[in-house]
Design a protein around this ligand. Sequence first.
Ligand code: FES
Length: 622
Amino acid sequence: MRIRLLSGRELDIMAEENLLQALKRQGVYLVASCGGKGICGKCRVRIAEGACRTVSTGKLDHQQIAAGAVLACQTFPEENLVLDIPKESRLVVGDVIETARAKDLFELFQNLDGSISPLVQWIPLQVPLPTLEGNISDIERLTNVAEKQGLHGLTFPHSVISSSADLLRETGGKISLGYTGTGEVFSLSSLSRKERFGVAVDVGTTTIVVYLVDLSDGRIVDVGSTYNSQMRHGDDVITRIVYATESNGLQELRDAVVDDINTLLMPLAEKHSISIDDIESAVIAGNTTMAHLFWGLNPAYIREEPYTPTLNIFPLWRAGTANLALHSQAPVYTVPCVASYVGGDIVAGVLASRMHRQGELSLFMDIGTNGEIVIGNNEWLVTAACSAGPCFEGSGIKQGMRATEGAVESVKIDRRTLEPVLGIIGKAKPLGICGSGMIDAVSELFLCGLIDQKGRFVNGSKTERIREGFEGTEFLFYQDSQRQIVLTEIDIENILRAKAAIYAGISLLLKETGFSFNEIEHVYIAGGFGNYLNVERAIMIGMLPDLPGEKFRFIGNTAIAGAYLCLLSENMRNEAGAIARKMTNIELSVSRLFMDEYLSALFLPHTDISQFPTVTALLDNK
Ligand code: FES
C-alpha cells in the first residue's frame, strides 16, 4: 500500500506498520512525545482520502475526529491513503538552530584558570636515526628519547606505530609527540604541525550544541546547534530508555546522537578549512542517560530501583570508539555524572556557575526536560532531580510545544474584558503554547480570578472563553479556521505538578541541610527555558521562591560552558571531578518528606501563602 502526502511525495507502508512507523522509516518525522504509545496526542495527522483502521483516538476531540484526524501511531491503512500533516505535528530536527556564541566564555575561563592544558599534550623530540651499530627498533629509540625527557610508561596504539616508520625517516627524526594524561600516545607528527582544535559538546535531551575551539589560544572558532534526533523516539529520557531496550533501539539512539554531532561538526570544520585530523580532543556533557546512549551503554537500570547507571565516571575513550568525526585517536572526556538523574550537564553547570567556589549559599537550577537543582557553597553541595517532566517543553499539554516559531510565549489577560493578548515567537500565527506562555497563562488566569488556588476554573466567570471541551473545562486563548489554542484544566493540573516538583525539591534540599529560602544569596537559572522565563510570573505560580529579583541570574547554557572549560584545562577537569564527588544526591522519589512538600506546593502559589509575600500583596491589591 502507498501513502501520498499533500506535498505529492509518495511513501510505502509495510504490513503491520502504523503510519508513524512508516513515515519515520522514510524520513518524515512527527512529534512523538510518548514514543508512539498513543498517550500524548502529538502525532495527529488528517486522512484526506482512503480508509484505515484506528486502534485508539487518544486525546483527539470529536471535532478533530470528524475532520478526519487520527493518531499516526495508532492508525493502520486499509487502502492507499492521502495524508495531510499539520505544521504542529511535524518534528523539525536536523535544522541548525541559531546559537549565540558565548562571548564572555574565554573571560570566564581566564577568571577560573587561564592556563590552557588540553587533553593532548605535545612535546618536541629528536629521535636518532638508526645506524648499523645502533639498529634498535624505531619505537624503542623513540621511547628512549621520550624517557630522557621525563615521559615514562608511554603506550602506543597500533595506528601510531603503523605510521611511524616513514614519518621518522621523512623528518630526520625531528617530530612532535602528542600524548594524553594516561601516557597513551595520541599521534606523531612533523615539528611544523601547528593547528590544534577541540570540540565541546552539550548532548541535551532536546538540543545538541557543538563548540569548535582553537586549543592554542582558547578561541571559539564557531558554534553549531541542532535538535537531538532521538526525539523521533520520544521526548524525555524515560521514553528513550524504554526505546533503547527494544530490539535495535540502543544502536539507533546512539547513531542518532552521533550523526547529529558529526552533521554539525563537519561543515564547521570545512568552513574554517580545518582538517578533521587536526581536531584532537572532545568533551561531552550530558545527563546520565544521554551519556550512556552516546557511548552505547545500556541505560535500562537507570529507571529501575535502586536507579543505578553503568557508569558515573567515564574512562577517556577515543573518538573512534564513539564514531565521532575527529581524529580517531582523539581522547573524549565525558563530564562525570553524579547519579542516574543528575548528570555531567549539571556538574558542568555548577563548574560554570562558580557556586562551588563561593562562601555564600547558592541555588542552581536547570529547568529543561527534567529539572535538576543543586544547593550549596564552597564546602558542600547537595543535588536532586525533581522529575518535573518535560511539560514546559510541551509534553503532556494539549497544545504544548517547544519555544519555537509559532509558540505563544507570553500571555496577558485584560482584567476588565478578560480578553487575552498573546505574544508569539517569530510573530507568526500561533501553533501552540510553550513553557513561558504556560506560566504566564496560569498566573494571569489566577490573578484574574478565573482559576482558584487548586487551578480549577471558577464557576460563573464572566467570559465565554471558559467552556466545556473534549477533555473538560478549558480556556480558549486563540482560534482560527485551522486550530484552537486552549489550556484545559488537565493541562493546568500538569503545569501545577511540574512547578510543585521543582519548588518542593528546593524546599526539601533546604530542609535537609538546615537552611531557609531567605538564606539563599544567588539563584542561577540555567538551560534554554531560562532564556524565556519571566521570574515574577514563575514566583507568582509558586515555581520559584519569592526572593528579590536581584538574586536571580540567567546563566544560559551552562552545560556547554562547562564542557568548554573542561576542554581547555586539566584544572577544570579536576574541578569537575571534585564537584561530582562532592555532590550528595538525594533521591526524591523515595522521600516521604518530599511527598509532603510536593502536596503543599500543588496550590497556587502554595498552601502556605506566607512563603510568597509578594504574591499575597498582589492578591490583596487586586
Ligand atoms: S500519541 Fe502518537 S506518538 Fe504519542
